[in-house]
Structure formats: structure tokens, C-alpha cells
Design a protein around this ligand. Structure first.
Ligand SMILES: Cc1ncc(COP(=O)(O)O)c(C=O)c1O
Length: 472
């Protein structure tokens, strides 16, 4: 490091050394993932306390930071990039995305306004255009890359609020179900729609929104002088993977003139696969759609997206100018991120998506998604054949819920047995399963969405559940 006390630039040799040191750790880490237990040892209270401290006055050698990071701190996490991670909604972590992030940060170009980095913004616009195409949305669609599904939902609610409520937000009512992801209620609150204006529409036996109940709820609120403005349906719930009847809900929304948002954070990318489109019938009719590339496109965390069918609605929320900023010469032809989203200064979130799609090609993503769906169907069939395991429903996409049953057992007994089974399976270290409680029933869940999950992990899952059920 330079002796000049105000110098923050590294020499080219130092840059290479830092990069090579990090790369060595990263590659070793990824190569060893499958041999590590899937649930890291997260018992780290004492460690976290010891880690607190003031900023260092003097720098330390880079290697001395990397070592504890990779040896002590990173492993003390859920194994989200592990091949056997079937918990929650698995994330991804495609390697080219990490390289893209490195390039983005190192070149540090400004993509808030088109004119500052036109070609780079165009790559991001291309990504949004590809998403539009795969989701069957019309050309007038505009979108926004976000940090995740939560921010996508927030921006969707803002669009509907602007269009249907204007400044008078208080009468606005939003419709969801008890299975809608809680990020939607949080986004609603951020948008000024509080819990007394959020309705939980009744669901059917498979936890899908009932369109008749939705129509009734909208009518009742209108009759009470309120203003129904936003319906959110799920293209795959987090609990059980339920897909709401998107097409019929679109009909109800069209006739009631209410904004229809589809939360496709978990499931929408299955629409890329033509053979799976019938499972998501009606999705292309939505007014807006949450996509979470950090789930269904296997990208690293921090990659979300929103599509808005009428792009002008997104621009109406965010379009703004400032005397010191250059505009875009042709706003129709060239996308300007700050005119379609709440942020001005931003990095280059599009590069990680663009680079993965360029490196692998769309066909490989379609094949991977089709494989995850097939593996989930296979896992469901094999688990349901085990003595004492009951499937809640076949996987609507690549997620299904199950529970343990025993002759004469009470609901509480079965809940305890299901929770114990998940713990025993996960403790074996090969696959990680988590559960959810719905109407008092505790379910185990299997969600196949990691790009690293292949046949071997499904075999391990079935073997480990079988071993855990035989141990009563
Ligand atoms: C169905 C669904 N919607 C929305 C979200 C929220 O998305 P994010 O965590 O990317 O903000 C999640 C999960 O995290 C989800 O599973």
C-alpha cells in the first residue's frame, strides 16, 4: 500500500493480488459447497458480539480479512447456495452474475440517467424487454429492476394508487389472501394503504383465491363507499406454492375496473417454458407483475423486477426532471431508469442478469426450469408413496407441502411429528427443508428452485425422509 496517507488508489499489481486472493477463496468455497452440511452452524451470538467494534484507524492486510470471512462468517449461514437447499424459496447465485457485479462496481458507471451510460442502460432495457416477451406482456410495457419482490410490489401499488386514487389514498382498498406474501402488506403500508384497507379474500381447499369471494368483497367495499383499487394474486405462494386462478381473477378485475397485480416472485419465470404456460394461464393479462430473478432465474440476491403493462403508469409515478440533469433525447426509444423508478444514483443491476443470459442463453434457463418442475413432481410422487406421509396437493409448480400422519394421532401430534421429521432430515446435512403453519396445520415443504438441485438431491431427500419416518 502507498506511503501517501491520502492515497486510496491501489497499484495495478495490488489490484491483481486482491482480485486473485478473493477468487481463490470464492472458487474453493463453491467447489466445496456440496460437501458442507446444508444448514450452516448459525449459532453465532457470541461471535456477533465479538465482531462489533469501531472502524479501524489503520488498514489491515487483505488476506487477514478474507480468511475469517470464508472460514468463520460465511459458513455460519443457511446454505442458500447449497445443492440440497429445498427450504423457503431457494435462491440462486450464478457465477457469471458475481463476475458482472465485480465489473459493475470496479467500472462504477452511473446508470441513473440514460445519457450518462447509454449503452449500459440499453443492456438493462434489453433485459426488461426479454422479460416482457417471456411473460407475454404487450410492447407498451415498461419495467424496473429492483432489489427484490418487495420493492417490485411497492412500485406496482404506487402505479395503481396514482391511477385509481390520486391524492385521496385513504378510501383505497387492496385485496389479497391470507397466503399472499407479507411483503405486499408491507409495501401497501409504505404506499399509505394501512391494514384496515387490506382484505384477505377467502381461499379454496388448495389455498387459492376464490374469484367469487373477491367479487363479493369488492362489491361490499364499493357499497360501503370505499374504493377498491388493487388486487394481488399469486403465481405461486410461498407457503404451499398455490397458484391463484389468474385468468378468472383478471376477469373480475377487468369488470370491476381494479388494478390486477400478479406476484410472480416465486413462480413467474416458469412462464418462460412454453409447456408450463398452462399452469400460469392468465398471467400475461395482469396490469403488473413481480418477477424475482434471484429466485426463478437463479441470480444472486438483490435482483428483482417489475413489469407494468401500461408503461405510462410507471412513468406517471416516477417521471421527474431537474434543471441540472440531461434528459433523454427520445424517451420512447431509449429507456431512462430514473424516469421509471424511485432511485437516481444507482449501480448497474442489469449487468448481472444480462451477462448470465448472454453466457448461458435463454434455452438453458428454460431447460433448468423444466427440470426443477419435473424434479418437484417426482419428489412429490415418491414422498407421497412413503408410509405416513400425506401430500397437501400435487406441486402447482415446483413446491409442495406435506405432513406426517399416524393412525389415531391428533392434529397436535401430527404437527409435532412433522416438525421433528424436518429437523431429522435437515440434521442429516444433505437437504434442508422448512415448514409453514396454515390454519393450525404444520406442513413440511419441498421447494425445488436452486439451479444446483439435481436428481441426486431429490434421491437424498426421499431417502432421508424415508429414514426419518421409519424412526418413530
Ligand atoms: C411469493 C413471494 N412474493 C414476494 C416475496 C418477496 O420478495 P423479496 O424477498 O425478493 O423482496 C417472496 C419472497 O421472498 C415470495 O416468496
Amino acid at each position: 500500500m502507498s506511503d501517501d496517507p491520502a492515497n486510496l488508489e491501489l497499484t495495478t499489481d495490488e489490484m491483481r493480488r486482491l482480485g486473485a486472493g478473493a477468487l481463490e477463496h470464492i472458487v474453493n468455497h463453491i467447489a466445496a459447497l456440496g460437501r458442507q452440511p446444508v444448514r450452516g452452524d448459525v449459532d453465532a451470538e457470541a461471535l456477533c458480539r465479538a465482531l462489533c467494534g469501531p472502524a479501524p484507524e489503520e488498514g489491515v492486510p487483505f488476506e487477514s480479512i478474507l480468511d475469517p470471512l470464508f472460514r468463520e462468517w460465511i459458513p455460519r449461514s443457511f446454505g442458500t447456495p447449497h445443492p440440497g437447499y429445498l427450504a423457503y424459496i431457494p435462491g440462486g447465485g450464478l457465477y457469471p452474475a458475481a463476475v458482472a457485479d465485480f465489473i459493475s462496481a470496479a467500472t462504477n458507471r452511473y446508470t441513473g440517467v440514460w445519457l450518462a451510460a447509454p449503452a449500459l442502460v440499453q443492456l438493462e432495457a434489453n433485459v426488461l424487454e426479454w422479460f416482457r416477451d417471456w411473460m407475454g406482456f404487450p410492447p407498451a410495457t415498461r419495467g424496473l429492476l429492483t432489489t427484490g419482490g418487495s420493492m417490485a410490489a411497492f412500485n406496482a401499488i404506487l402505479c395503481a394508487r396514482e391511477r385509481h386514487l390520486g391524492r385521496d389514498v385513504r378510501p383505497g382498498v387492496l385485496y389479497a389472501t391470507a397466503h399472499t406474501h407479507h411483503s405486499v402488506a408491507k409495501a401497501a403500508k409504505l404506499a399509505g394503504v394501512f391494514d384496515d384497507r387490506v382484505r384477505h379474500v377467502a381461499v379454496d381447499a388448495q389455498f387459492r383465491m376464490r374469484p367469487d369471494a373477491l367479487a363479493d368483497a369488492i362489491a361490499a367495499d364499493r357499497a360501503a363507499g370505499l374504493q377498491p383499487f388493487f388486487v394481488v394474486s399469486s403465481a405461486g405462494t410461498t407457503n404451499t406454492g398455490a397458484v391463484d386462478p389468474l385468468d378468472t381473477i383478471a376477469d373480475v378485475c377487468a369488470s370491476a375496473q381494479v388494478w390486477h397485480h400478479v406476484d410472480g416472485a416465486y413462480g413467474a419465470f416458469f412462464h418462460m417454458v412454453p409447456a408450463l404456460r398452462p399452469l400460469l394461464a392468465g398471467l400475461p393479462r395482469a396490469d403488473s407483475l413481480t418477477l424475482d430473478p434471484h429466485k426463478g432465474l437463479f441470480l444472486p440476491y438483490g435482483t428483482g423486477a417489475l413489469l407494468v403493462r401500461d408503461g405510462d403508469a410507471l412513468r406517471a409515478v416516477h417521471g421527474m426532471s431537474a434543471g441540472y440533469l440531461p434528459g433523454t433525447p427520445d424517451p420512447e426509444a431509449f429507456y431512462d431508469p430514473s424516469q421509471y423508478g424511485p432511485e437516481l444514483s444507482r449501480g448497474f443491476p442489469g449487468l448481472r442478469i444480462w451477462m448470465c443470459l448472454e453466457v448461458f442463453g435463454a434455452a438453458r434457463f428454460r431447460a433448468a426450469l423444466a427440470e426443477k418442475r419435473a424434479l418437484a413432481e417426482q419428489a412429490a410422487a415418491r414422498l407421497s408413496a412413503l408410509d405416513g406421509i400425506v401430500l397437501h396437493a400435487p406441486p402447482p409448480l415446483s413446491l409442495f407441502a406435506f405432513h406426517v400422519t399416524r393412525p389415531g394421532a391428533t392434529l397436535d401430534d401430527e404437527n409435532r411429528a412433522t416438525a421433528a421429521l424436518l429437523e431429522r432430515v435437515t440434521a442429516r446435512g444433505r437437504v434442508m427443508l422448512t415448514g409453514c403453519t396454515v390454519d393450525g396445520r404444520f406442513f413440511g415443504r419441498v421447494c425445488v428452485l436452486s439451479f444446483r438441485t439435481r436428481q441426486a438431491q431429490i434421491d437424498a431427500c426421499v431417502e432421508d425422509v424415508a429414514a426419518a419416518t421409519s424412526f418413530r
